[in-house]
Design a protein around this ligand. Sequence first.
Ligand SMILES: CC(=O)N[C@H]1[C@@H](OP(=O)(O)OP(=O)(O)OC[C@H]2O[C@@H](n3ccc(=O)[nH]c3=O)[C@H](O)[C@@H]2O)O[C@H](CO)[C@@H](O)[C@@H]1O[C@H](C)C(=O)N[C@@H](C)C(=O)N[C@H](CCC(=O)O)C(=O)O
Ligand SMILES: Nc1ncnc2c1ncn2[C@@H]1O[C@H](COP(=O)(O)OP(=O)(O)OP(=O)(O)O)[C@@H](O)[C@H]1O
Ligand SMILES: N[C@H](CCC[C@H](N)C(=O)O)C(=O)O
Ligand SMILES: [Mg+2]
Length: 490
Amino acid sequence: MRLGDVLKGIEYKIIKGNGDEEITGVYYDSRKVKPGSLFICIRGFKADGHNYISEALLRGAVAILAEEIREVAADITYILTGNTRSAMAKVASNFYGRPSSFMRVIGVTGTNGKTTTTHLIQNILTQASLKTGILGTLYARVDDYKKEMGHTTPEALEIEEFMSLCRQKEAKYVVMEVSSHALDLDRVKEIDYNVALFTNLTQDHLDYHQNMENYKNAKLKLFSMLGEKENNFAVINNDDRYAGDFIKGTKAEVITYGIENDAQVKGYNLDISARGTSFMVKYKDIDFKVDMQLIGLFSVYNALAAIAFALREGIEPEIIKEALAKTTSVAGRFELVKCGQDFTVVVDYAHTPDGLENVLKTAKELTSQRLITVFGCGGDRDKTKRPLMGEIAARYSDFCIVTSDNPRSEDPKAIIDDIIPGLLKVEGSRYAVVVDRREAIRHAIYMAKPGDMVVIAGKGHETYQLIGDKVLDFDDRKVAAEFLKEIVKR
Ligand SMILES: CC(=O)N[C@H]1[C@@H](OP(=O)(O)OP(=O)(O)OC[C@H]2O[C@@H](n3ccc(=O)[nH]c3=O)[C@H](O)[C@@H]2O)O[C@H](CO)[C@@H](O)[C@@H]1O[C@H](C)C(=O)N[C@@H](C)C(=O)N[C@H](CCC(=O)O)C(=O)O
Ligand SMILES: Nc1ncnc2c1ncn2[C@@H]1O[C@H](COP(=O)(O)OP(=O)(O)OP(=O)(O)O)[C@@H](O)[C@H]1O
Ligand SMILES: N[C@H](CCC[C@H](N)C(=O)O)C(=O)O
Ligand SMILES: [Mg+2]
């Protein structure tokens, strides 16, 4: 594609060169640059992309898009723009031919439940024979293509590339998780969303957003992006305390769902047990029963979100019911580890105070014996959630084993020290500190008695542990199974 076409719609000034190169690729990371490409310099939180221009040129970049002028001897085109992050979204959309405008795109945002809800939506659409790509924490996936992206919502270039693949494969829908970081950092600025869905808003990521107001405002961007286009709509959890802000935050039609408050799509007559969940759904004159294998009240909320979308989209209740009945747990979300032991082991991705509270409340309701919780908190993330998670763990558990999650650059013991004051707030709380996660899981499994429930929280589907700069192989499910096999053999 000609450089002029790649840059269409952004304000820029050519400082050097003719600006008419043929561009064969676009990159924001110098280490990935291929010959014939445009390199975009991003001023980041850790590094400054402008410092990598020479590396990009060595790798064959033929054009540079930057926010400031740097000396460049090579015979290339050098372009200035005001904000390269924002420009990158437009460039990505241009380069891949604005694929989002050829499909219906559903953006799911909220603190918890995005991964689960996007999977439920994909399952319903697939049941309706509508090909759907999915993008989020677990992977980007369409047909037999599947790639881990490293982020819940990757950079615009990766999103557009995936959407372009979905378009090639003639997908009718893309359902994607939209993180607050992505909204704030303009990763999704040029995506043509048709549906925006809000699950809930509770504390997380205050290291990045500073306060809940900023965090909420980042999420609200998705709803203002819908505009007033016909057939665009917003799906909003009316039981969430911030629902009103999200309803006000969009000009598009609003479909609410809920259990406690009035809502257009209303769940009632809930029956939640260890075997699954059933509930009734009412929407206009449609009234039907849903039976699911998914467990817990929070799963009913995620299902209602998907149902509200599907009903407004015109999908038949029979199809919705079938898709939900078939859904087993989403990887790492209330996933049971079964090796023939006489107690229950659950691996769950709860890594926020609200997520942990939801999963432990459900676990507590489902066990007549003890609840043993293994958990930690991630390093280089919101520190203020640590004591809150400690308090919640202590409140619901009979015994807690506080351990490491992904410490990243922090000292694992210092993270645990931030969690303990929360545990101590709960009178009579019983806990042990086992810094090594593998040892912590072993401890929990060896102390469990018949009928107990062990919840291993925080890492869910993750197959690694981030300690310092190292990425170590680690999978809670595999580690738990290894120790379970030991005790079952005895
Ligand atoms: C705060 C944040 O989101 N930062 C992301 C952001 O980093 P950044 O722009 O500051 O990049 P930087 O590392 O300072 O580098 C600046 C520029 O120099 C370039 N560079 C750097 C080194 C080099 O050798 N060559 C080079 O060209 C980089 O590619 C980049 O363009 O852009 C990077 C490239 O995409 C991301 O990897 C990085 O994610 C960091 C690692 C991160 O942890 N992000 C998390 C918090 C995140 O985004 N999470 C959300 C929400 C998760 C949820 O669901 O709760 C997500 O969507 O995943
Ligand atoms: N609707 C919900 N409300 C509260 N907690 C939930 C809800 N759904 C799931 N959870 C809890 O939060 C955890 C994460 O769920 P899920 O992965 O679906 O959320 P997410 O929003 O995709 O998270 P992330 O921000 O990491 O992408 C689950 O393992 C569960 O413990
Ligand atoms: N998307 C979340 C995931 C947290 C998962 C937890 N295991 C951790 O590492 O803190 C984040 O990046 O904050
Ligand atoms: Mg997710």
